[in-house]
Design a protein around this ligand. Structure first.
Ligand code: NAD
Length: 295
């Protein structure tokens, strides 16, 4: 008979991360430096609107300055680049965030590259990615950074463990795999990366001590694909229709939570797991940027 699984509560860890920022924020404020985060939102995508509002609200709650520049969906690349250029040169702005995805006529790579790497609080700039890759201090993409915080908070050791990362996106899967192979605390893992072209993925997931799923396919990982006592971190956030609910949908992860629950040692719920960590890490990166640029 197995012990009941440990539920890895992102809300608790996010509160801890934000709490740890308070001393740094107080020091900055005592020097009349208000850490400033500016988000740029292009178009009307409802999910992006929700994210950006939430980022702004949480930043203000911690005493940061936060604002949102809203651009029409038909704005041009040149207009967006001009705004980024302005923010790059504005000493009050320490962190710049362009909410992705952008409408399809934008060149996202060029937009990300236009951000001053010292203000790249999303950690998407090639300089941030490259520095992370070779183990130098850098801004780390907020979602994988949040996953590491969760594992650390709950004392889940990665050293020597086989971690299977599912997904190879630039913002989650790839940086996640890289961070876990780095030397030292929170790293030292043996990492397998699975993706859409991996045949018979269960062959790999069944060998994993830790599974990190960042796929975007609802409930893809089922009980038959895991071994007993695995730790699962579910990054996926998927809307699936549910006529019983007033809003008409519910959020589920990439893992079939109910089916795997009896077998796992620990698991993050969706919602309430990794999702809440991402904004906490963004605020952490903003405070880090303010310290580096101002102190
Ligand atoms: P993405 O679409 O950029 O990448 C998905 C990856 O999954 C790809 O690398 C692809 O190769 C792989 N994949 C697709 N189908 C697969 C399959 N059947 N088997 C194995 N691999 C498959 O997505 P992303 O931006 O990395 O996001 C992944 C998920 O994480 C989404 O549900 C997204 O909403 C969620 N997400 C959550 C947060 C958060 O704050 N918690 C942040 C970013 C993304």
């Amino acid at each position: 008979m197995q012990n009941s699984p440990l539920i890895l509560d992102g809300k608790v860890v996010a509160a801890d991360v934000k709490n740890r920022l308070k001393d740094d924020i107080a020091t900055l404020l005592s020097k009349n430096i208000v850490p400033g985060l500016t988000a740029i939102l292009v178009g009307e995508d409802p999910a992006s609107q929700v994210y950006v509002r939430s980022k702004e609200r949480q930043a203000k709650k911690l005493g940061l300055h936060s604002d949102v520049i809203r651009l029409d969906a038909h704005s041009t690349q040149a207009e967006l680049l001009a705004i980024i250029h302005q923010l790059n040169n504005d000493a009050k702005v320490h962190g710049i965030l362009v909410q992705l995805p952008l409408p399809s006529h934008f060149d996202e790579d060029a937009v990300i590259e236009a951000i001053n790497p010292e203000k790249d609080v999303d950690g998407f700039h090639p300089i941030s990615v490259g520095r992370m890759q070779i183990g130098l201090d850098s801004f780390i993409s907020c979602t994988p950074a949040g996953v590491l915080e969760i594992l650390d908070y709950y004392k889940i050791v990665t050293s020597g463990k086989h971690v299977v990362v599912i997904g190879r996106s630039n913002i989650v899967g790839k940086p996640m795999a890289n961070l876990l192979t780095r030397k030292g605390k929170r790293g030292d893992a043996t990492v397998t990366v699975c993706h859409s072209r991996t045949p018979n993925m269960a062959l790999f997931t069944r060998q994993a001590d830790i599974i990190i799923a960042a796929v975007g396919v609802p409930e893809l990982i089922t009980a038959d694909m895991i071994k007993d006592d695995v730790v699962i971190v579910d990054v996926g956030i998927n809307r699936v229709g549910d006529a019983k609910l007033e809003k008409g949908y519910k959020l589920v992860g990439d893992v079939d939570y109910q089916s795997v629950l009896p077998k796992v040692k620990a698991i993050t719920p969706v919602p309430g797991g990794v999702g809440v960590m991402t904004i906490a890490m963004l605020l952490s990166n903003t405070v880090k940027a303010a310290k580096k640029l101002s102190l």
